[in-house]
Design a protein around this ligand. Structure first.
Ligand code: HPA
Length: 243
């Protein structure tokens, strides 16, 4: 069984290069995960891959069953998750197609099933001071360095509810809060992984400048272009990190 899993976000529904050995549709007490979990080998390393939004991409960020996704990976014996997240950037030092390895989170999402400590499970207040695994973050940074891919070490990920993008005033507020990059899927995924003891880190790919941080409106065409330009870097970092 694989120790490592990749959760692919927008623009990463299928993992090119994964030699598939098995697909598992895991039932959990929380329902079904977004898609069957693919198990196979990437660069000789066994791993699991899960498409967060389904395969094909069909679930909006607030519709993803984060509990089922994380629980299913836990059931398979996964010990470490590399999560890929598309984000908007508030800082001009993080242009489209740039990769950020965030080190902090502010959660603005709401109404999502966000904990395993509900119902019959006794409440445990997990430590979340440092929401991402330092071990996995360092592995990603070393991998990026080895691969010669420039990326930003650290940054505050703000998780908004979506699926709409933000207003300029909302982004101004997030900036005052200290947010560097904004996405819709970082939470509750990271906290759920911590609750079940899975190491977790994020590779955030900037796909647009956040609202009011560039000229004009944000178009899906521009986002798709940035995904195309940047996803290769994400895959290169991941491949180096797991081997
Ligand atoms: N805001 C929130 N989530 C996002 C964005 C954004 O600008 N871009 C990609 N995901």
């Amino acid at each position: 069984m694989p120790n490592i899993a990749i959760i692919g976000g927008t623009g990463l529904t299928q993992l090119a290069g994964l030699t598939l050995t098995e697909q598992k549709l895991v039932e959990t007490p929380y329902g079904e995960p977004s898609a069957p979990i693919k198990i196979g080998q990437l660069a000789g390393q066994q791993l699991a891959f899960l498409a967060r939004h389904g395969d094909p991409h069909q679930l909006a960020p607030h519709q993803v069953n984060y509990r089922a996704n994380v629980f299913a990976l836990k059931t398979l014996g996964v010990k470490a998750i590399y999560a890929v997240n598309a984000v908007g950037a508030i800082k001009t030092t993080m242009p489209p197609a740039h990769v950020v390895i965030p080190d902090q989170i502010i959660d603005y999402s709401y109404g999502r099933e966000h904990t395993f400590f509900a119902d019959e499970r006794a409440v445990e207040h997990i430590d979340f001071t440092y929401p991402y695994s330092d071990t996995l973050r360092q592995a990603l940074l070393v991998a990026a360095d080895k691969a010669g891919v420039q990326c930003t070490d650290g940054g505050v990920y703000g998780c908004t509810q979506g699926p709409r993008l933000e207003t300029k005033a909302e982004i101004d507020k997030l900036e005052r809060d200290g947010v560097d990059i904004v996405g819709m899927t970082g939470m509750p995924e990271a906290a759920l992984a911590r609750e079940v003891g899975i190491e977790y880190a994020s590779l955030a790919l900037v796909v647009n400048m956040a609202a009011g941080r560039s000229q004009g409106v944000i178009t899906m065409d521009d986002i798709e272009q940035a995904l195309e330009d940047g996803m290769g870097k994400v895959l290169t970092i991941l491949t180096h990190a797991i081997t």
